[in-house]
Design a protein around this ligand. Structure first.
Ligand code: GDP
Ligand code: MN
Length: 382
């Protein structure tokens, strides 16, 4: 689960990291009120989960509350790389002397947390890593020993953090690592971590991702999940516990097992179509799972045809067929649905559909045939 900057900063503040004080605003009026409450020059920042907001015009300084109103009016509703801005964060402006970079993440190949620090922050860090590899210090942390004070000092000296900022950066590193552990995060990234004109070290940006599997241990964070998902289908899928990712095509896809769904996406693309989504109904899909999955898919107006790709293992195709019939009965869907059933009890499953399914259900013998037909039907429908 990826958090918005303002949520990350609120968690940072609780973890004792220095952040500018600020408020969220959903309207220009609220932004103006926030600017009045904060006082002085403020920064109005678009809240979208994508980097490079500054360059896209989603971050503006405002010297007066009226300017904050105008900037918020301009930024709200803006499209930044496909994300619509619905909320801004208004915070006290900072006087920046220098921008650094700090992050804690997992290095899965090393099976250890990785702490990174650079004195060249602010810009895109992948670029820094490529063009100035020496400017980015990396330190793996033995999870049993934890991140030690001497680790933080090593990083600070290695990248040459300016002397007056060293204490503040040290503090930020120690607290970031502790927050990473406490929040069960998979990423904490501060870019930029700034050294201010008055010699403070402050997190000016916050990128925090929380391990979804840890949310049950942290109900407070689980509550945030609703606010970070703004797509109706994604929210519905989340509530029902199915794995769903929205894409921008028109062929709805459902399969059982992530690998099978991924290959279905490839085969639909091969057949000249565009997948509308990735939906994994789970390895042991029963009738109920099929209904749930179909409900999510059918609620998306962009879906013009469906490809259902089931490989029976533990899942029995006859049960999937029954589930599909029950779901169609309940949901009354009329759009074309192409079904490919293979594996355990596939002949029985196909027989059930051939006999009792409504006319909009087409049975396909192979995955490629199913994809080809689903793509044709989507084209006909649009
Ligand atoms: P991103 O572009 O989405 O990564 O958004 P950031 O929050 O990192 O902001 C981008 C850049 O805007 C920063 O690197 C700063 O240079 C600038 N910026 C953001 N807030 C302030 C501020 O309070 N004062 C000043 N002077 N610049 C700011
Ligand atoms: Mn940034």
């Amino acid at each position: 689960m990826d958090l918005f900057e303002y949520q990350g900063k609120q968690l940072f503040a609780r973890a004792g990291l220095a952040v500018p004080s600020g408020e969220v605003a959903d309207t220009p009026e609220q932004a103006k009120a926030a600017a009045e409450a904060i006082g002085g020059t403020v920064v109005v920042k678009a809240q979208v989960q994508v980097g490079g907001r500054g360059k896209a015009g989603g971050i503006k300084l405002a010297k007066t509350p009226d300017e904050a109103y105008a900037e918020a009016k301009n930024i709200l509703g803006m499209d930044i790389k496909g994300h619509t801005v619905k909320r801004v964060w208004v915070e006290a402006a900072s006087d920046i002397k220098k921008e650094y970079y700090a992050s804690v993440t997992f290095d899965r190949s090393a099976k250890m947390p990785l702490v990174m620090l650079s004195a060249m922050g602010g810009m895109d860090i992948e670029g820094v890593a490529e063009e100035h590899p020496d400017a980015l210090a990396r330190l793996h942390v033995d999870p049993l020993i934890g991140f030690q004070q001497h680790d933080a000092r090593w990083l600070i000296h290695h990248v040459g953090i300016d002397e007056p900022a060293q204490k503040g950066v040290f503090d930020a590193l120690m607290k970031s690592y502790q927050a990473f552990i406490d929040l069960e995060a998979t990423l904490i990234e501060i870019n930029p971590l700034i050294w201010t004109e008055d010699d403070r070290v402050v997190a000016l940006d916050a990128k925090v991702s929380i391990d979804n599997n840890a949310l049950s241990r942290n109900p407070e964070l689980a509550e945030l999940q609703e606010s970070v998902t703004d797509d109706p289908q994604e929210r519905m899928a989340q509530e029902r516990g199915v794995t769903y990712v929205k894409l921008d095509g028109d062929v709805g896809i459902m399969g059982n097992g992530a690998g099978l769904v991924m290959s279905s996406l490839d085969v639909v693309a091969l057949a000249g179509g565009k997948p509308a989504n990735f939906l994994d109904a789970g390895g042991g899909s029963n009738a109920e799972a099929v209904t749930t999955a179909l409900e999510v898919l059918l609620s998306d107006p962009k879906v013009k045809s469906l490809m259902i790709n089931i490989f029976g293992g533990i899942t029995r195709c006859d049960q999937v067929a029954e589930g599909l019939l029950a779901a169609l009965d309940k949901l009354g869907a009329t759009l074309p649905i192409v079904v490919r059933l293979d594996g355990t009890a596939a002949p029985e499953g196909r027989a059930i559909l051939a006999e009792r399914a409504p006319d909009n259900v087409v049975i396909a013998p192979t995955m490629l045939a199913a994809a080809t037909r689903a793509v044709e039907l989507a084209k006909e429908a649009s």
